[in-house]
Design a binder for this molecule. Sequence first.
Ligand SMILES: *Cc1c(COP(=O)(O)O)cnc(C)c1O
Length: 383
Amino acid sequence: MKMNRAIIEKWTDTVTPFYYYDLNILKQTVEAAKNEADKRGYVLHYATKANANPKLLKIIFAAGFGADCVSGNEILRSMECGVDPELITFAGVGKTDVEINTGLDNSIFTFNCESIPEMENIDRLAKAKGKTAHVSIRINPDVDAKTHEYISTGKKENKFGISAWDFDKVIEKLKALDSLKLISLHFHVGSQITDMSVFAEVCSRVNSFNQWFRERGFDLGHVNVGGGLGIDYQTPDENLIPDFASYFAVFEQNLKLYPGQKLHFEPGRSIVAQCGSLISRVLYVKEGKSKDFVIVDAGMSDLIRPALYHAHHHIENLSSNAPEKIYDVVGPICESSDCFDRDVPLAETKRGDFIALRSAGAYGEVMASQYNLRSIPDSMFSE
Ligand SMILES: *Cc1c(COP(=O)(O)O)cnc(C)c1O
């Protein structure tokens, strides 16, 4: 199945580039994840930072997802789009006072704390409001996510989380800070993880940390293992809906929860990546030495993943049925990193053709910038 060309033709007169979202794919993905989680009693918090487009958020929250937020504005946006504040987790190494107060005022489910100074600050702000803040500690389990270094977060040299050697100090602090209540342990080791053995390793680390806190008298009601499930960027049409059943099964088989403990997940990319494409038009086909350049009107300001992470997006010419040729597909921005991919097989391409960069629903639109004083791309939807 190729992307539906008829749908794109609907927007022949629309200014390009734009993000195109197939809300039907989103709904199927949301439903698949929710069904598999419900079967096992797992709680899902959608990682809002992957895509905060209100149209998408409303669908996700209407299906009963909570939110995993990394800023005060994400908390507010998620609530505007219908999330239950009691299902909001708030993560991040550098929460400001204003953001913490936003969380406290809305009585969110939990603050995922990433350092002792942060715990002290949340305690101080909660006390000033006469409230008790529910917190998790984000533990850095020292697991290699085997993904790009910029989206690997669970190694001991990363800035994220609290490491095991600080646990005694954390416990001392928790005893002293009476406006904090520890309710959960939190983990998140990275993103675009496709090797399920990484999650199995996370489980074995979680088991030992969970036991450690149990033995010291903490009766924690929750364990949160974060997000990170990868998607198929190479052949999106073969795997439009990620295999949530196999993913959850890894935790079902490897995680030892104590009676009454609830397991939480924070999927982002796996929920929204495949429903989105960046649609652009070909400005020029420029002759090169060994192959031609397709110069499109989308650039790294619209979709930075290839430039930032050397990420691969499947590229399709939606306007041509001609035999394939090999091209480098590049944007108009004054940086050599503004290249979407090299040696791309595309149906023979000419000026004006529509080009789709697939699987762009996650970490696409949210990372768009105005570099070169370009416009932020618009978004279009099909039901
Ligand atoms: C980014 C992030 C997620 C989501 O990660 P995905 O790879 O998009 O699923 C979940 N939890 C935390 C704490 C994050 O920072």
